[in-house]
Design a binder for this molecule. Structure first.
Ligand code: ASP
Length: 463
């Protein structure tokens, strides 16, 4: 057999005998002749088995989604059969030999079109088939391209990519933690990171100055259309910067990446609005600035929201942070924080990036001096001991030459939803969970064996 050629390359090899490998996308048995569409990662081509072809016997056996190797001659189609709107619409593979590399059972649902209307649990069970559909292939490729372009942009700006631990201590992002029991420390638990917040700040202490990471963040939150237990964030942090610097760097990256991907941005520079004005004008801190027409044409309407209150009252009447306890107040309000005055009026340096009705990212300038972080925790009613227990390690780092710094995290899925026009997070993740929190394909969560429980020193309270 000849060496494999990609289907997307066949057009340049007319009159040649070639070999392709891929899936049977469609089969049309016309009795004397059988037509197929074959598919690989590079595209689609029509093949035909003519009467009397030595491949006829095998061809009769082929069904949709069989994996095959096909040898044939690339013929130019006669003018009247050319399908100009289709990839390889001007050629046809005259099949000489077929090898079945693996047959397939019939598909549990139709993967030839948009699968979004198929029952969620069936799609999840056969996610690898769902992912074969054209729309899902495109969504995953858009995601890959977005991340690749962001990486390239940040490398060109001299950022360094660093991974931070998955097994770690609880970070206060305002959600519940997912915890992992420690076998060698019975009764003790790690938390999966709700974000790399503290580690990225420590990387600033470590002198890297410009860090980024494509980070997984795990939060035990109520599942919604645009929110799952796991998501990916493009997380970055910079030293010796102001709000303006970080916002400009992010705006530059987002603009150049999405424009290179063929998208139009409604307004540049991105408009800015205060939290107060946003609430008055739109009744929310995320809003959609597009006209109906722009919605149809896929325009991206970015905006920054700034001047959020630092603190809000809990139901119990205590102060808590609105966004991020590690933030710095705006410079004009630092004094109030340090004196514990006018707590409800203190604004934080938080900046949220909004796009087409979603919060697409958020970040802030951080407290980099121990007394500032201490003041934040004091407002929230923490005692000195509790403070030490919660963030003692950060205070210690801040006493060892931590530079001023700030950063942001952009939600990768929410961005891809905007780029693809999808309304559900699960359409832009390869293996998302169902709304009931069950994993795709694999069977989690599930019970541990008695042996595992004993090893971890855990007893399950069966209510
Ligand atoms: N850690 C924040 C978050 O995950 C982002 C940031 O402030 O950089 O939302």
């Amino acid at each position: 057999m000849k060496e494999r050629m990609l289907i997307g390359d066949l057009g340049a090899h007319t009159s040649e005998t070639v070999s392709i490998s891929g899936w049977v996308d469609v089969r049309r048995d016309q009795g004397k002749m059988i037509f197929f569409d074959f598919r690989d990662r590079s595209g689609i081509v029509q093949g035909v088995v003519l009467p009397g072809s030595p491949a006829m016997e095998t061809a009769k056996e082929l069904r949709n989604e069989y994996v095959v190797r096909v040898e044939g001659v690339v013929n130019k189609r006669p003018e009247r059969n050319v399908q100009a709107d289709r990839q390889n619409g001007d050629i046809e593979l005259e099949i000489k030999a077929i090898e079945i590399m693996n047959p397939s059972e019939p598909m549990p649902f139709d993967i030839s079109g948009d699968t979004s209307g198929i029952d969620e649990s069936v799609r999840a069970e056969y996610r690898y088939l769902d992912l074969r559909s054209k729309r899902m292939q495109k969504n995953m490729r858009v995601r890959s391209e977005f991340v690749r372009r962001c990486r390239e942009h940040l490398f060109a700006k001299h950022f360094i990519e660093i991974e931070t631990p998955l097994l770690t201590e609880s970070t206060p992002e305002g959600s519940r933690d997912f915890v992992v029991p420690s076998r060698i420390n019975p009764g003790k638990f790690y938390a999966l990171p709700q974000s790399p917040q503290q580690y990225k700040q420590l990387l600033m202490t470590a002198g890297f100055e410009q860090y980024f990471q494509i980070a997984r963040a795990v939060r035990d939150e109520d599942l919604r259309a645009d929110r799952g237990f796991e998501h990916t964030q493009l997380d970055l942090e910079m030293s010796f910067v102001t709000m303006e610097d970080v916002m400009a760097a992010v705006e530059d990256m987002v603009t150049s990446v999405v424009e290179a991907m063929g998208h139009t941005i409604k307004r540049k520079p991105f408009p800015r609005i205060s939290y107060k004005d946003a609430m008055e004008k739109y009744g929310a801190d995320k809003f959609d600035l597009r006209t109906e027409e722009e919605k149809v044409s896929g325009v991206l309407a970015y905006a920054w929201v700034v001047n959020f209150p630092f603190f809000e009252k809990t139901d119990a009447g205590k102060w808590t942070f609105t966004h991020n306890p590690f933030s710095m107040p705006i410079p004009e309000h630092l004094d109030w924080l340090m004196k514990g005055e006018r707590i409800g009026d203190i604004l934080t340096t938080q900046y949220d990036l909004v796009c087409n009705g979603f919060e697409s990212g958020g970040g802030s300038i951080r407290a980099h001096k121990p007394e500032i972080l201490e003041a934040v925790y004091k407002v929230m009613g923490f005692s000195s001991e509790e403070l030490e227990e919660r963030v003692g390690h950060m205070l210690k780092a801040f006493r060892h030459g931590t530079p001023p710094h700030g950063g942001i995290a952009l939600g990768v899925e929410r961005t891809i939803m905007n780029l693809t026009g999808e309304t559900y997070l699960r359409e832009v993740q390869a293996f998302p969970m169902t709304r009931g929190g069950k994993t795709a394909v694999m069977n989690a969560p599930k019970a541990l064996t008695d042996k595992q429980l004993a090893e971890l020193g855990l007893k399950i309270d069966k209510k």
